[in-house]
Ligand binder design. Structure first.
Ligand SMILES: Cc1ncc(COP(=O)(O)O)c(C=O)c1O
Length: 378
């Protein structure tokens, strides 16, 4: 392939990552409209795509109010004119680097997250330029059990009070990532949404009783924000990220349908192995990732990924550069998948798959309309 971009997706070298711009635009607009209807602010997470173009679409062109997962992303977006950036990962003293201090000094609004008094103390001991304060969110664990200070703990109140009283800190409020909404059981998901909302409101109230105001109270994963519950309107902000692309996992979580999945991996059939009932494609875990359905997803009958237009195929074992496909039942008819022909996989987890590609080929229908280049690193 020369440097010139081919006209259609069929002409691209494989494996490669395709992004359907029409679906991306629709996914972004739906989340913008949903937040507006709910009377909530949207602070989209950039971690899934890590591109400027995706960030512009998710922020409705404002380039304001985003979450990032790494300092690399924060610098990338700040250097490209984005503002009001929250680094959504717990601060500890050892993470307060020159890059972080530069961002806090340079941006109008740059926010960090703490989930421990020790982490907050690191910020208290680090002065910024004259007139600048650390803008701090308290990360709350409302039952997800990953990071975050427990919603009903005494430490949460201590962090709020200490941050609020510190001259070099501006306390913003609460942030929770409700990763426990990643369940295909709709009733269980709604219960998590209810608990998360109630727990955030309860903590906000306890902080208020201690003289600490929360201007912002945010929650939201893609499953939660794609199908929000009424009660979430009592919060101020949502911060989902994966919805820009969605993926097979989100289909099984009932966040979206297959028609919403906006990215896929293009592959080429490179070998026929009728004696083992397989065909082999040029996409292994370096282009697809190792994330795959676990026991939480008994419906994942299609293996690691559905193959577009071929419900009879199951993507099984992958090696570094190759993927093996077999049939759900009966003998594989290799003539249906000629050597050199194309197959397209919908990722199980688009954040994982996208992170492996240096370029995404953006298309409308079969026509290539451009490329997006993600940032990477930490
Ligand atoms: C801190 C934080 N906020 C928001 C999100 C976005 O959630 P989702 O990927 O479900 O959209 C994530 C995802 O991992 C996260 O870690």
């Amino acid at each position: 392939m020369s440097d010139k971009l081919p006209e259609t997706i069929q002409e691209l070298e494989t494996p490669c990552m395709l992004v359907d711009i029409d679906r991306v635009k629709r996914n972004c607009q739906q989340m913008i409209d949903r937040c507006k209807e709910m009377g909530m602010e949207l602070r989209p997470h950039m971690k899934t795509h890590k591109t400027i173009e995706g960030g512009v679409l998710m922020t409705n062109g404002t380039k304001r109010k985003i979450v990032v997962s790494t300092i690399d992303e924060a610098v990338f977006y700040a250097d490209n004119g984005f503002e009001d950036i929250l680094w959504g990962s717990p601060i500890v003293k050892e993470r307060i680097s020159g890059r972080l201090i530069n961002l806090a000094n340079k941006l109008e609004e740059f926010h960090v997250m703490v989930d421990s008094l020790q982490g907050l103390n690191g910020l208290l001991a680090t002065p910024l330029n004259e007139g600048k304060q650390w803008s701090v969110f308290l990360e709350v664990d409302c039952g997800n059990g990953r990071t975050g200070c427990l919603w009903d703990s005494e430490e949460a109140i201590q962090i709020g009070k200490t941050a609020d009283a510190a001259p070099n800190v501006k306390f913003q409020g609460l942030y929770t990532h409700c990763g426990n909404t990643y369940t295909p059981d709709t009733e269980a998901k709604v219960k998590v949404q209810q608990d998360t909302t109630e727990r955030l409101v309860a903590l906000k109230k306890r902080l208020a009783e201690n003289g600490v105001e929360c201007r912002v109270v945010g929650c939201g994963s893609t499953p939660s924000s794609s199908k929000p519950i009424e009660g979430m309107k009592t919060l101020t902000e949502m911060h989902p990220g994966n919805y820009i692309f969605y993926d097979y996992m989100q289909v099984l979580l009932n966040s979206c349908t297959f028609d919403d999945v906006a990215c896929k991996v293009a592959t080429t059939v490179v070998s026929h192995k009728p004696e083992t009932n397989t065909i082999v494609v040029d996409c292994g875990w370096t282009a697809f990732g190792l994330d795959a359905p676990n026991e939480k997803f008994p419906q994942a009958v299609l293996g690691k990924a559905p193959v577009e237009g071929h419900p009879e195929l199951i993507l099984g074992r992958m090696t570094q550069e190759l993927g093996k496909l077999t049939t759900a039942s009966g003998k594989i008819d290799c003539s249906q998948y000629p050597l050199g022909s194309r197959l397209y996989f919908y990722p199980w987890h688009s954040c994982c798959t996208a992170s492996l590609h240096k370029v995404y080929y953006v298309h409308s229908g079969d026509k290539i309309v451009g490329t997006w280049k993600p940032t990477n690193g930490w």
